[in-house]
Design a binder for this molecule. Sequence first.
Ligand code: SF4
Ligand code: SF4
Length: 195
Amino acid sequence: MEQQVQLLPLSAGDQLWAHAIAMETGIQVASCYQCLRCTNSCPVSTFMDIKPHQAVRLVQFGQREKLLESSAVWVCLSCEMCSTYCPNEIDVAGLMNHLKNSVISSGRKPAEKEIALFHEIFLDVLHKYGRINDLQLMQRYKWRLLTAGNLPPLDEVRKDVKLGMSLFRRKRLRLLPERSRAVKEIRALLHHYGR
Ligand code: SF4
Ligand code: SF4
């Protein structure tokens, strides 16, 4: 549900935050004039507590804590529609990614733990093989949920098995992971972006 954005008192670090983001990522939020094109083009903005245009505004106002505690950064699919439609070429998708990474690197608990876990395992599999193997990704994800004490309802397990069998029959599910020939380049890219 969308939050009413309340501004909090700023520390000196918060005031310099937009500048630090610009230095680190090249993303300049100062030119945003709140036209809302980013939010209107976002396929999941209705599920976000802080909408993309609000996220940009909060960075302008140095509201670091509010953003790092939000679930919006995890709901973001990195589809880049917002960046594509921004008339001022602000990379809103890159900003969302940067916020995700900041949550993890600052040792905070992600507001959406299961999405954060999925994200972590996705990157692990990508790092290992240079491509995604759906079966391995889902096995690892479900196993981690299970060992954290999240027992799935029987109905959900049945649905997963049925879906897996159907994909396998259509040759859409590979049992064994294959390594991409570009695995080294992909690892270098992941490393470049802080992994
Ligand atoms: S589309 Fe660009 S200028 Fe418009 S609100 Fe979003 S970030 Fe700001
Ligand atoms: S990258 Fe994220 S914020 Fe931007 S349009 Fe896609 S889902 Fe929405």
